[in-house]
Design a protein. Structure first.
Length: 154
């Protein structure tokens, strides 16, 4: 049996993801995301996207919903693609294998252990992720080891 990749027309993508046809065309024209199944070959031609393209488009839309500029999104994608091309990231489909976070100003790639985030906008600057839950657990363990002595509150 032939293993064929599912193809989604621009209209299907628009309906599934809630992205206007004009927005899809604009993102394609700006090079943010070009359809990987059948790219546009001129004005008015059909575009066909893969499932992976849909995941990337949803991510781009989510970043736009968080007010991240297209310029920053494009820089993040360019940096990520460069890292993959240079062999820094060994991934088959990065947009479905990685985790991203944003603070509304930048886009970060979480490392495998989820403890370090790499700024994709600032071209690889490291940002440490310290969950408070872990700190609370650590302080409780330290308190317990110290004998758990508490002073009375006033």
């Amino acid at each position: 049996m032939e293993n064929r990749q599912q193809a989604y027309s621009s209209k299907q993508v628009s309906k599934i993801l809630g992205i206007s046809l004009r927005q899809l065309q604009y993102w394609d024209e700006k090079g943010l995301l070009k359809p990987s199944i059948i790219p546009a070959s001129g004005r008015g031609t059909l575009r066909y996207y893969s499932f992976s393209d849909l995941v990337q488009l949803k991510l781009i839309k989510r970043f736009r919903d968080e007010q991240i500029s297209l310029r920053k999104i494009a820089r993040a994608i360019e940096y990520l693609q460069r890292q993959i091309e240079e062999g820094q990231l060994n991934l088959i489909d990065p947009f479905t294998e990685l985790s991203f976070v944003t603070d509304g100003k930048s886009i970060y790639l979480l490392t495998e252990d989820k403890k370090i985030a790499i700024s994709l906008v600032l071209m690889g600057q490291l940002v440490w992720h310290i969950p408070l839950e872990n700190l609370i657990t650590e302080v409780k363990e330290l308190e317990s080891r110290a004998g758990g002595q508490k002073t009375a509150s006033r």
